[in-house]
Design a protein around this ligand. Structure first.
Ligand code: KIV
Length: 276
């Protein structure tokens, strides 16, 4: 089936309401990250439902070990570009570390800046502490749609100590489950579940009326998300079980660039036909 914007499948812009309908109708929600207009335009043309300007940009674009150093200004810069590239997908910006944890007021103000300055459709943030829940309530009451994020939350890497799966022990599984209910109660329109057992993903998905988006959370979630550079095989040194590679662009780029180098060195490029 052709899911692209030009097909009859769905040409209107995706809204949070549409995601709700998709959950109720059992239509899977397909999401990818993007960090620039070039890529978001391609994903739009393919029919992607949701684009997340993830703070994974800290790893992917900036080459950092963690996501912690991403700033509000950098998120705004990349989200603006992604918004320019895509029309149909719902575009969500990830709130960077320490832009929403300090107080509900600060979270609210920063989310407002992201929305106003980028034109995106909502924000995502990790965790469900009291402060964060208050911030989410303020945002949703004022028209800022919020996506939650539970399970492995990369901004807490220094607390977790590793990127291993979360919620394997009963106590932690129960906390993740209860946090999901609290996020829904606070007004979140959707929740990303990262690297948790499939059975926990299933239980949360069945208990919530809002859609769950899994990344390493099994097949029962209402939707799936992957970091685009992983699924396209641009990144090759990150190989968790949950990544399926749909292309090997790293190899393809290397082959193309090596051929270009060879052609220029051998004076095969440019040819007379490629000159003025
Ligand atoms: O930052 C990101 O890319 C994310 C996704 C992995 C869900 O949070």
């Amino acid at each position: 089936m052709d899911y692209s914007a030009s097909s009859s499948y769905e040409s209107k812009s995706i809204t949070t309401l549409r995601l709700q309908y998709m959950k109720q109708s059992g239509i899977k929600i397909v999401c990818l990250t993007a960090y620039d207009a070039l890529i978001s335009k391609i994903f739009d043309e393919c029919g992607i439902d949701v684009i997340l300007v993830g703070d994974s940009l800290g790893n992917i674009v900036q080459g950092n070990e963690t996501t912690l150093s991403v700033t509000l200004e950098e998120t705004i810069y990349h989200t603006k570009a992604v918004v320019k590239g895509a029309k149909r997908p719902l575009i969500i910006a990830d709130m960077p570390f320490m832009t929403f944890q300090v107080s509900a007021d600060e979270a609210f103000r920063n989310a407002g800046r992201i929305m106003k300055e980028t034109g995106c459709a909502g924000v995502k943030l990790e965790g469900a502490s009291e402060n964060i829940l208050q911030g989410i309530s303020r945002m949703t009451e004022s028209g800022i749609p919020v996506m939650g994020h539970l399970g492995l939350t990369p901004q807490s890497i220094n607390k977790f100590g590793s990127y291993k799966a979360r919620g394997k022990e009963e106590k932690e599984a129960e906390k993740i489950y209860n946090d999901a209910l609290k996020l829904q109660e606070a007004g979140a329109f959707s929740i990303v579940l990262e690297k948790i057992p499939s059975e926990l993903g299933k239980k949360i998905t069945e208990s919530l009326s809002i859609p769950t988006i899994g990344i390493g959370a099994g097949p029962y979630c209402d939707g799936q998300i992957l970091v685009y550079t992983d699924m396209l095989g641009l990144t090759v040194d990150f190989n968790p079980r949950f990544v399926r590679r749909y292309a090997r662009l790293n190899d393809e780029i290397k082959l193309a660039v090596k051929n270009y180098i060879e052609d220029v060195k051998n004076q095969d490029f440019p040819s007379i036909e490629e000159s003025y």
